[in-house]
Ligand binder design. Structure first.
Ligand code: EPU
Length: 357
């Protein structure tokens, strides 16, 4: 177990916010987690689990002990006539893991290429892109209870996946658990994920419904694309639309796409006929938050050192750099100003996607 004091967190969050961890532990195995829990000084302190730092806004120095997940390893656990089951350590870089599965001949994660972050964070917010969500490819995960030290395994149902949601985003005291599961279902702050297993179904079928992807397929004149082609197209689309955190700090989509009732949607369409909306299987309508923010004139705007990305209004970016980077406070001030203007114009409350620490 490697323990660092007063550790800089700027390299470990994709927004590039300058903050420090009072104590940071590099967790390279499940045994490291047990060592933390057996350590007289560390055990009683609150813990904060840090993956790739791609979905957090740091509003100050972090007082809880930061467990920086660096558990590595990727392997095929099982192959049946119906699926490949692949396991990866929580500290593996998500995109590298996707690329590796394709190289090994296990397709299925290609639509999720280039999502920043680590494998261990992927179930926490049920990452999704281009018509596929993690829950569609999830088998199970191993975790350790940070209070009791007990290791446990969860299947998909036990993870309570929803849109950018899972048991790991809810604390036990939340009024509602994920997807309306009862109070007490949350594991937020209580568990650390060590390994994730993916179920990649056979025979592989491409998922092409998403407009941007379909457009790319037609342009390429390909009827039956391979998983590798889809991977390449997803990478191209993302690179064209989304800022590379290594170049311009950001945390991906800053707000969730809101859902409204058909009545509420008709009301908005009557005023704004161009609004981008998608009917959902449960009868509700999902609206494109990026479109709502764009319609309020925010694209390319900056407050302090927090900006709205010029090519995708759903992404907030760090206009500062190094020691002069944006602060978490500036990001949240911009986020609140956006929420207010979207509420005033459309009557919709946007919910932030990243975790504010
Ligand atoms: N749009 C605008 N103006 C903008 C941004 C978007 O008019 O400034 C419109 C687009 O033209 C499009 C619609 O809004 O018609 C949706 O935009 P896009 O296809 O870029 O997708 P999104 O809904 O903004 C979601 C996910 C992304 C994911 C993409 C692709 C959420 C919150 N975001 O974005 O996920 O990559 O779909 O599947 O669900 C993330 O979670 O961090 C993330 C990047």
């Amino acid at each position: 177990m490697v323990v660092e004091k007063n550790a800089p967190l700027q390299p470990w969050n994709t927004f590039g916010i300058a903050a420090r961890a009072h104590t940071l532990v590099r967790v390279r195995s499940a045994a490291d987690v047990h060592a933390v829990l057996a350590d007289a000084a560390l055990a009683p302190q609150p813990k904060f689990v840090l993956g790739g730092g791609s979905n957090i806004v740091l509003t100050g120095d972090v007082k809880p002990v930061v467990l920086k997940m660096e558990i590595k390893g990727r392997r095929l656990v099982e192959e049946t006539s119906k699926a490949w089951i692949v396991e990866a350590g929580a500290g593996e870089v998500w995109h590298d893991c996707v690329a590796w599965t394709l190289e090994q001949g296990f397709p299925g994660l290609e639509n999720l290429a280039l999502i920043p972050g680590t494998v261990g964070a992927s179930p926490v917010q049920n990452i999704g892109a281009y018509g596929v969500e993690l829950q569609d490819r999830f088998d199970s995960l191993d975790a350790i209870d940070l209070v009791t030290g007990q290791p446990f395994t969860l299947d998909a149902a036990q993870c309570g996946f929803g849109y950018r949601d899972s048991v790991f985003k809810h604390s036990p005291s939340d009024a509602l658990g994920p997807q309306g599961l009862p109070r007490g279902m949350g594991l937020g702050g209580r568990a650390v994920i060590t390994h994730v297993r993916f179920r990649l179904p056979k025979p592989w079928k491409p998922v092409l419904g998403y407009l941007d992807l379909e457009r790319r397929r037609v342009e390429a004149g390909v009827e039956q694309p391979s998983a590798q082609q889809i991977f390449d197209w997803v990478c191209e689309i993302r690179r064209a639309k989304l800022p590379d955190p290594a170049v311009l700090g950001n945390a991906g989509s800053f707000f969730k796409n809101p859902t409204v009732s058909p009545e509420q949607c008709s009301d908005i369409i009557a005023r704004d006929p161009k609004i981008v909306h998608y009917p959902m299987p449960d009868g509700s309508i999902k609206l494109a938050a990026g479109w709502l923010i764009d319609a309020c004139g925010w694209k390319g705007k900056t407050i302090g050192k927090a900006g709205v990305y010029e090519k995708q209004a759903l992404v907030l970016v760090n206009r500062g750099c190094g020691a002069d980077s944006v602060t978490g406070g500036e990001v949240m001030t911009l986020a609140k100003a956006i929420q207010t203007s979207v509420y005033e114009r459309f009557g919709i409350r946007l919910e932030p996607e990243p975790v504010v620490v």
